[in-house]
Design a protein around this ligand. Structure first.
Ligand code: FE2
Length: 279
């Protein structure tokens, strides 16, 4: 059964559908009169108009119900995925809230770069889950304040591959975008990154975005082995590494976001800071 709610008025498609249905019904009524060679008074168009209106409203309601339920399902899925990343962040007090901050920054940059709706959807999930492979790394290594041994460092380098194994069981084109985010978020523009040593445009576009957001948040957050960097200094570092570590066009877009919105860099402070996490 179709339920009609006032929310259909929010959608431009409702007006297009209703007007189209009214027009079609009136054209049919006119053609019917012509074929029967009878003249139809103006009042004779009231019923076709009313039927067209009703058909338009019912079709719009059906479509809006579907869209809203689909959106609800998507948000529920994102919430579950978010909970998973919070569970991961909880293991590591130093990176508490990291996934949320990287997601806010990545989404702002993705929108700025004009990504389409599907890319943005996968970018949101990809940035929430980019470090999910760290689930397979012992806490003693993740939270180690001293310099890591070569063997421990090699384990850290494995986290994009472990993440791909966790998420990438079913690789459809859409999920493939998400898996690429996880596998390739430590690639470098000059090809010296890991795990595949991809360079420039060979690095998936969503992963290049996450790399910038991830690096910015890593610099501006406290880590066991170093103190925080100020937002302006972190931005300068991104610019310095444009073309070597990062996609230069994306760093340019990131800088423009900062120039146009001074509060943009505060996006990374929307979630509880690592200081609060210790409290
Ligand atoms: Fe990572």
């Amino acid at each position: 059964m179709v339920t009609i709610s006032l929310s259909i008025l929010k959608y431009r498609m409702t007006y297009v559908t209703v007007i189209s249905a009214v027009l079609i019904m009136n054209v049919l009524a006119y053609l019917q009169s012509s074929m029967l060679a009878v003249s139809r008074p103006v009042s004779g168009y009231i019923l076709p108009t009313a039927i067209g209106f009703l058909i338009g409203v019912l079709l719009s309601s059906n479509r809006v119900n579907y869209l809203e339920k689909d959106e609800e399902r998507k948000r529920f899925f994102v919430t579950i995925v978010h909970s998973l990343s919070i569970a991961l962040d909880e293991r590591d007090a130093y990176t508490f809230g990291h996934s949320s901050r990287v997601t806010s920054l990545s989404m702002a940059l993705g929108k700025r770069l004009g990504l389409n709706a599907i890319q943005l959807e996968m970018l949101e999930l990809g940035s929430i889950l980019h470090d999910i492979g760290k689930i397979g790394i012992p806490d003693t290594i993740l939270n180690k304040p001293e310099k890591l041994t070569a063997e421990e460092q090699a384990m850290i380098y494995q986290h994009p591959i472990k993440g791909e194994r966790i998420i990438g069981l079913e690789r459809t084109p859409k999920i493939g975008m998400l898996v690429d985010c996880i596998r390739s978020h430590h690639e470098r523009y000059d090809g010296k990154g890991y795990p595949d040593g991809l360079a420039q445009e060979n690095i998936p576009v969503l992963a290049r975005i996450i790399t910038i957001a991830d690096a910015y948040d890593a610099m501006t957050s406290l880590r066991p082995y170093r103190s925080k960097v100020a937002p302006d200094a972190a931005l300068e570092e991104l610019k310095l590494c444009a073309g070597s570590q990062f996609d230069p066009e994306m760093v340019k877009a990131f800088s423009e976001l900062v120039r146009e919105d001074k509060d943009f860099l505060l996006l990374s402070e929307e979630t509880p800071s690592e200081v609060e996490a210790f409290a």
